[in-house]
Structure formats: structure tokens, C-alpha cells
Design a binder for this molecule. Structure first.
Ligand SMILES: [Zn+2]
Length: 114
């Protein structure tokens, strides 16, 4: 599942766009102001993380699940949210987008391959 990032020329904010179909990539819209005037940004999302890198960054999944809970998209979203909560930080919009997509069953590519 490729993720493209665009910077909006109207409001200068970043939009992360999951490309579900080739056609949808042709018509990206700003997630903040709806402008179609976007330029491609260098992705800040590491979409090629290995499982080990993810574990190092986010820690192991919360109790309640075995190793397989890692593959559950709702579980992944939950512990990322909890981590940000513990740090007293707001979830970045990029992570929010990824979690919401994961909960719809759209795994980021490296997770799908686990
Ligand atoms: Zn915008």
C-alpha cells in the first residue's frame, strides 16, 4: 500500500495519502483545506520499516495478546495511541491516518508481509 505525501500549496500543510487505486493518485486533495494544488513531498513515514525496527520504536504490544496480536490492526493502533498518551502528546496526523486506515483493514505494506 503506497503512501504518498503532498505539501499543500494553499495552506502549506502535509497530507498523507494512501493510494488504494492507481486512479486515486492522480487526484490528490489536501486533507486540511481540500485544495487540489499539491506538490509531492519527501515521505516522512518510514514505510519500509522491519518488524524489529517497529518493535524498537514502539515497544512490544500491550499485554492481552500473544505475538499474533501484533498482526491485528486495531491492536497496533491501540498501542501507538497509548504510547503518545503516555508521552502526553497528540497523535501526529500521519499516524492517525495510518491507524484509521489500518482499522479499515488496510495494513501498511511491511505489516501485511509479517
Ligand atoms: Zn491545504
Amino acid at each position: 500500500m503506497p503512501i504518498y505525501e503532498y505539501t499543500c500549496n494553499a495552506c502549506n500543510r502535509l497530507s498523507s495519502i494512501f493510494v488504494r487505486r492507481v486512479a486515486s493518485a492522480a487526484d490528490p486533495k489536501c486533507q486540511h483545506c481540500g485544495s487540489a494544488d499539491l506538490r509531492r513531498a519527501v515521505s516522512r513515514i518510514a514505510v519500509h520499516k522491519t518488524e524489529q525496527q517497529i518493535l524498537e520504536e514502539y515497544g512490544t504490544p500491550q499485554p492481552g495478546g500473544g505475538p499474533d496480536s501484533y498482526k491485528d490492526p486495531r491492536q497496533i493502533g491501540r498501542w501507538v495511541e497509548q504510547r503518545f498518551e503516555q508521552m502526553g502528546m497528540e497523535l501526529p496526523s500521519e499516524a492517525r491516518t495510518m491507524i484509521d486506515a489500518a482499522r479499515e483493514g488496510e495494513f501498511p505494506a511491511p505489516v501485511k508481509d509479517l
